[in-house]
Design a protein around this ligand. Structure first.
Ligand code: ADP
Ligand code: MG
Length: 465
């Protein structure tokens, strides 16, 4: 082999744009917009790469939060990379330009304290509205609470919506913003951006404007509050803003990936404020809702492209069945199938579908269902599923049943009542009792602990031992 061939083999050139877009999928649009987008690839070495960022603050922020995920993503493209280095290269803030462009619009804006603030803070996506939010058992309560808030007929204040990633929280916040924007001053901001702006305004001595801006809004929508784990001073400011707004009767809506009491690094008094209004959750979409969303999405795309797309019922069933973690993935899956069908101008077969969606279907989390847990636990303890689900209390059935319940609790995001339902309509207090019992036994009894670990391994990785 010639020398030059060797060389070019060594030097795989990373496609930074591609890596960024993968990170966008992985970390979400807000993280992407606030941080990832600002990173550039400067140089690629054998086992490390040099990235540039515009400020030290951004560098520190990224290093403390996203470095692992960035490295993982890069490694997918180039295994040898074991380290990332940053260089701060200050660029002139392009916000200067924006604020200039915005001047002429500013008079129309309801708020005009900071020239470019509306662009920076409020990013209401007109495509996410109540009308295209499909409702099912798993999201109905959150939907209805949001609707009431937007119609200004509730006293839910604050409204706190929580649930896993890709389940529709941002969509709901957007819908509220979209509705209320017609008559009120609305501010929609992610917690990350709130922090970023907070720090930025301290640096540029704009704190007064910052405060005024936030305290002048009628409706404050804060997305992904779990990311607000910042400095005391910021939490202090947040707390006061929060109170000032509630005092003057402004509506506050907050979203998070967990309930208020599970937020880490947020002051107790803020958490207790969150719990003081209405707290609702969004669960993973149930089969029927998934089926509904798929169907709706396909029709939407048919209208959009005025194509005759043919995605068979078999395939729609298959996707609804296999992609159960969240709506975002579901929508992504449909987009892929539809693109395939348009590019090749053919109706995809089931086996083609499996190939197109391979990476999504392989996600371990997808395969962890209550049903699979029950099957595996039954096999492990050599009892039948009927026995497990029966109401019989023989000791040889009780432990396996409790074990299955415990594993469902820790390996899925199902709520207690949901788990109860899947175990022959047992009450949620029974579920709590089972979980606690196993937790205690695990501590006292090494055999139990080992069994649980074995089972976890089988459930998660199909591996014995
Ligand atoms: P989250 O903020 O909870 O992570 P998003 O609101 O960003 O989730 O939702 C992810 C994607 O799924 C978005 O494209 C959103 O429009 C879509 N989506 C979520 N829930 C629904 C729903 N019930 N009906 C229609 N689309 C939905
Ligand atoms: Mg979101």
């Amino acid at each position: 082999m010639s020398n030059s061939a060797n060389k070019s083999f060594d030097k795989i050139i990373l496609d930074w744009k591609l890596i960024q877009s993968e990170l966008k999928l992985k970390l979400g649009i807000d993280v992407y917009e606030s941080w990832v987008k600002k990173i550039n690839l400067l140089e690629e070495f054998n086992n490390y790469i040099l990235l540039t960022v515009p400020t030290r603050f951004i560098r520190d922020w990224i290093t403390s939060r996203y470095l692992d995920q960035i490295l993982q993503t890069i490694k997918k493209h180039k295994k040898q990379i074991i380290r990332i280095e940053f260089k701060v290269i200050e660029t002139k803030d392009d916000n200067d330009k924006k604020s200039f462009d915005l001047k002429k619009f500013d008079d129309d804006k309801k708020i005009s304290f900071i020239k470019d603030s509306h662009l920076q803070y409020s990013r209401i996506d007109p495509n996410k509205r109540f009308e295209n939010f499909l409702i099912g058992f798993s999201n109905k309560i959150a939907f209805e609470a949001s609707l009431k808030v937007s119609e200004n007929i509730s006293s839910y204040n604050p409204l706190y919506i929580y649930g896993g990633v890709g389940l529709g929280k941002t969509h709901l916040l957007n819908s509220i913003g979209h509705e209320m924007d017609k008559i009120k001053k609305v501010m929609f901001i992610s917690a990350e951006r709130f922090m970023y702006q907070f720090v930025k305004s301290i640096k540029s001595n704009d704190m007064v404007k910052f405060k005024d801006y936030f305290r002048n809004t009628d409706v404050l929508l804060i997305d992904d509050i779990q990311f607000m784990n910042g400095k005391e001073a910021m939490q202090e400011e947040f707390f006061h803003t929060f109170n000032a707004l509630l005092d003057k009767g402004s509506q506050i809506v907050v979203s998070a990936d967990r309930p208020p009491n599970k937020l880490s690094r947020i002051q107790e008094r803020i958490k207790s404020r969150f719990s003081g209004g209405l707290v609702v959750d969004i669960q993973k979409p149930e089969y029927d809702l998934r089926r509904k969303i798929i169907n709706h999405k396909i029709n939407e795309l048919i209208n959009l492209y005025s194509d005759k797309l043919d995605i068979t019922d078999e395939i729609q069933d298959f996707i609804s069945d296999k992609i159960s973690t969240n709506v975002r993935e579901l929508v992504g899956a449909i987009n892929r199938i539809v693109s395939f069908s348009r590019i090749y101008n053919k109706r995809p077969s089931l086996s083609e579908t499996k190939i197109i969606l391979k990476d999504l279907l392989n996600l371990t989390e997808n395969n962890v269902t209550i049903d699979s847990i029950q099957t595996i636990v039954c096999k492990f303890f050599k009892i039948s599923k009927n026995e497990m689900l029966s109401s019989r209390r023989s000791r040889y059935l009780v432990r396996p049943r409790q074990t299955a319940i415990y594993l469902t609790k820790i390996l899925t995001t199902k709520s207690l009542p949901e788990i109860g339902r899947e175990f022959s309509n047992r009450d949620h207090t029974t579920i709590i009792h089972s979980v606690k019992t196993i937790e205690k036994l695990k501590e006292k009894n090494p055999d139990m602990n080992e069994n649980i670990n074995k089972l976890k391994n089988i459930i998660l990785y199909n591996k014995e031992g």
